[in-house]
Design a protein around this ligand. Structure first.
Ligand SMILES: [Zn+2]
Length: 332
């Protein structure tokens, strides 16, 4: 009898654990665990991500810096770690080799350490990104997550109160192209290794990864304060969303659509719906090195020409003798 009692207690305990486990999971398309059911600040927060950029009430700023040198050290790895996080594919640098991001290069204070990058995608090439640009959704969006180095870890920075710059995320849109994105090949080739979800299993992949080559050619970006786009939707995230999309081939895109989530189902639409802006300021940073130099040269030449034109009459008024002499020479 007592054995049966223990068995019943064990089964109830097991069911309770499984129930807790399933409750802790989140998903995107199933109404029972989709975005509308996400708990806490996901529902109550006023600075949530993603948002649409429509140019309305957007401040324009210039960042004439060496933006190309956005990372302190070369953001290159000869081998990297890839894992199926249950709702996306994550890529990490080997411990101790994480690139350091120069805050000043993107208008932020201090230094940041690379934590991981991951992706959001859809079932078709016409949608999948989380942020949208004038209502346009791209096929894929990559998030490069960095934490402010003084916090020592992403986990510590992630829950830092009242620090809007604790976690910096660089977001890059991808649009379909006839040719492969060469910089992305090491990642798309490694995706089959993590097709099935296996909690905390990181696969060490030999492959050349260069974060810099994953950035668009034109580095103009939108900046705003938002949140993580999946539970627990922590705020205090500063977003840098590049305006220009980079390329990805159809074949590369297909690799993402073969990945299974932590419920054993293909990840089909792992992007959160747009959130209310709630009057948050957005700044569009115009960042161009060569063009900035050209503009600077143009204005220098332009001002110089106008100076000549404007000062032309004054030189005669100020020196009549010179005028006479000049005039006389012209008549000869
Ligand atoms: Zn993300």
């Amino acid at each position: 009898m007592s054995v049966l009692l223990y068995y019943v207690i064990f089964v109830i305990f097991l069911k309770f654990c499984l129930f807790k486990e399933s409750n802790s999971q989140f998903c995107y398309t199933d109404p029972t665990c989709g975005p509308a059911t996400w708990p806490g600040v996901c529902t109550t927060g006023g600075m949530q991500s993603p948002i649409n950029f429509d140019g309305m009430d957007t401040t324009v700023a210039f960042l004439p810096s060496n933006f190309r040198h956005v990372w302190e050290n070369l953001p290159i790895a000869k081998n990297f770690l890839i894992l199926n996080a249950g709702h996306t594919v994550e890529v990490l640098f080997p411990p101790g080799q994480e690139p350091k991001l120069k805050g000043s290069a993107i208008g932020l204070p201090g230094e940041y350490t690379f934590a991981q990058l991951h992706f959001h995608w859809g079932t078709s090439d016409t949608g999948g990104s989380e942020h949208t640009l004038f209502g346009k959704q791209y096929a894929l969006e990559m998030h490069m997550v960095h934490y402010a180095t003084p916090y020592g870890s992403y986990a510590a920075a992630s829950v830092a109160p009242n620090d809007p710059n604790a976690v910096a995320i660089l977001a890059i849109f991808f649009e379909i192209s006839p040719v492969n994105n060469v910089a992305l090949i090491p990642i798309t080739k490694a995706i089959p290794l993590v097709r099935r979800f296996n909690r905390s299993q990181e696969i060490d992949v030999t492959g050349f990864l260069n974060l810099k080559n994953l950035l668009p050619a034109h580095l103009n970006f939108y900046r705003y304060e938002g949140s993580l786009t999946s539970p627990d939707c922590h705020e205090n995230r500063v977003w840098t969303v590049f305006k220009q999309p980079v390329k990805i081939s159809k074949q590369q895109m297909k690799q993402f659509r073969t990945v299974f989530d932590d419920r054993g189902e293909i990840i089909v639409e792992n992007h959160r719906p747009l959130q209310a802006r709630n009057g948050r300021p957005i700044t569009f940073y115009f960042v161009t090195e060569s063009l900035f130099d050209k503009i600077l040269k143009f204005f220098t030449a332009y001002l110089s020409a106008w100076k000549e034109i404007l000062l032309f009459p004054f030189q005669f008024l100020g020196n009549p003798t010179l005028f006479t002499l000049s005039f006389g020479r012209k008549l000869e």
